[in-house]
Design a protein around this ligand. Structure first.
Ligand code: GDP
Ligand code: GDP
Length: 444
């Protein structure tokens, strides 16, 4: 297993700049190498859209906003603009990257102007300053009016530490993850047009639901607090569910980013898919993020009224979901129609149920009994005559439930055996709707 670094995703950093200044190189540099984090859970498809990173113990997410493509003759200009708007809307701090070899271009000036007016924390980085002779080039960039430029070489890893110091200083205080309300925080995520807004309206319009807005939540996000049958819920970012009709609104990248932010702030994610259209690549990707972030997840198959059904249709769809979302076979599935209201009431029961599982804590003695049984039934793997020994296990965290297994040598642990242990924990304790984290440690 890889090294596990706890990265509280508190703060989003975006890299903007015109093409070829080195954004992807910088992104890779920050995410890879010594600053690395990423993930100890295999099997989840991953792309370069965003990654968790940390610097000096401060965790954050970083996004590469490049690659937005709108086509057409002015495609590049449009793409740069969209990229900058997107960053300004979503990020907590922006790295504006320029090319120290080519000097200031009109596109740089345009971006700088936009960033200055926005008043968002910006760090200006001058890239490709690979050797001391080139350092002089940075001074030209003072003219952009964004403060001291940071000279870097993304390719050679020069100046990255100072840059990240500056970035991290500009991030808002780390979210402790403690909500102000004793409420279940719910993110409704999914592709455009699957029916998220319709579902939310239905949920909030239900009888016996008491709704109040929470004032002053993060920036432009509006959360909605409501109560039902003695449980409180906070629907994350109901504003983001409204259509706002900007150019980038319907791009996949934008909707994924919006979902990411909601996932960050949630306990439970409702992944809405369109029952008629079926599962898309983006659904898997977003679900992967939610699982990576340790959130409880339920799959809501919407527009069930549009689907021609026989008595096997739901079973087949469930099987397909199990196959496509193989990394979360524990997620419950519910078939609803926001249009007719069918089974929409069931969604909140499910949310309560999986939120409880997500926060469940098992006593060490009970955990060890299950683990001992498991080890007796299927002996741990061995390698070149050495056998893995499991000394003891204990649950060290919740949301998601996190277990540490102390062993003689972590190198002897196999992924398949970890999965076996996870399955044993699940069959003993349930944990429906929540991912589990299993950490393997050497006993000192
Ligand atoms: P993006 O379009 O902004 O994402 O730029 P890329 O990261 O794809 O980089 C564009 C080009 O600049 C590539 O050929 C990189 O190898 C090169 N490049 C990136 N960083 C540096 C650097 O620090 N020094 C030099 N000399 N070249 C760099
Ligand atoms: P969002 O983009 O995910 O928020 O999706 P919307 O809630 O805006 O819904 C997109 C379209 O699907 C709208 O025309 C809705 O009326 C329609 N729609 C949403 N839910 C259902 C449903 O359960 N059944 C049917 N037939 N249409 C639905």
């Amino acid at each position: 297993m890889g090294k596990v670094v706890k990265a509280m995703p508190g703060g989003l950093v975006a890299i903007v700049g015109r093409p070829n200044v080195g954004k992807s190189t910088l992104f890779n540099r920050i995410v890879g190498g010594r600053i690395a984090i990423v993930e100890d859970k295999p099997g989840v498809t991953r792309d370069r859209l965003y990654a968790l990173a940390s610097w000096n113990g401060r965790g954050f997410r970083i996004i590469d906003t490049g690659g937005l493509d709108f086509g057409g003759s002015d495609a590049i200009v449009k793409s740069i603009r969209a990229q900058v708007e997107l960053a300004l809307e979503e990020a907590d701090a922006v790295i504006f990257l320029v090319d120290g070899i080519s000097g200031i271009t009109p596109a740089d000036e345009e971006i700088a102007g936009r960033l200055r007016r926005a008043g968002k924390p910006v760090v200006l980085a001058v890239n490709k300053l690979d050797n001391p002779n080139r350092m002089i080039a940075q001074y030209e960039f003072f003219r952009l009016g964004l403060g001291d430029p940071f000279p870097i070489s993304a390719e050679h890893g020069l100046g990255i530490g100072d840059l990240l110091d500056a970035v991290v200083r500009r991030l808002p205080p780390e979210d402790t993850g403690e909500p102000d309300h004793d409420a279940i925080r719910v993110a409704v995520i999914g592709r455009p047009n699957v029916g998220k807004s319709s579902l939310v309206n239905r949920l909030l319009g239900e009888e016996r639901v008491l709704v109040s807005e929470i004032p002053g939540t993060t920036r432009d996000a509006v959360d909605t607090l409501f109560e039902r049958e003695g449980h409180s819920f906070i629907l994350i970012d109901t504003a983001g569910l409204r259509k706002r009709g900007r150019v980038w609104e319907d791009t996949e990248k934008y909707s994924v980013l919006r979902a990411l932010r909601a996932i960050d702030r949630s306990d439970v994610c409702l992944l809405v898919i369109d029952g008629k259209q079926g599962i898309a690549e983006q659904d898997k990707r977003v679900a992967g993020y939610a699982v990576d972030a340790g959130r409880a997840v339920a799959v809501v198959v919407n527009k069930w009224d549009l689907v021609e059904k026989d008595d096997k249709t739901a079973v087949r769809m469930t099987e397909e979901i199990r196959q496509e979302f193989a990394f979360m076979t524990w997620a419950p599935v519910v078939f609803v129609s926001a249009k007719t209201g069918q089974r929409v009431g069931r969604i909140l029961d499910l949310v309560v149920q999986i939120a409880e599982q997500h926060a469940m804590r098992m006593p060490t003695a009970t955990v060890n009994r299950v683990v001992e049984d498991a080890v007796q039934r299927v002996p741990p793997p061995s390698d070149k005559g050495r056998r893995l020994r499991l000394y003891y296990a204990s649950q060290v965290g919740v949301k998601p439930p996190t277990f540490v297994f102390f062993v003689n040598d972590p190198e002897l642990m196999h992924f398949s055996y970890i999965r076996y242990l996870e399955n044993q924990l699940r069959s003993a304790f349930g944990f429906e709707g929540t991912p589990l984290r299993l950490l393997i440690r050497q006993r000192k």
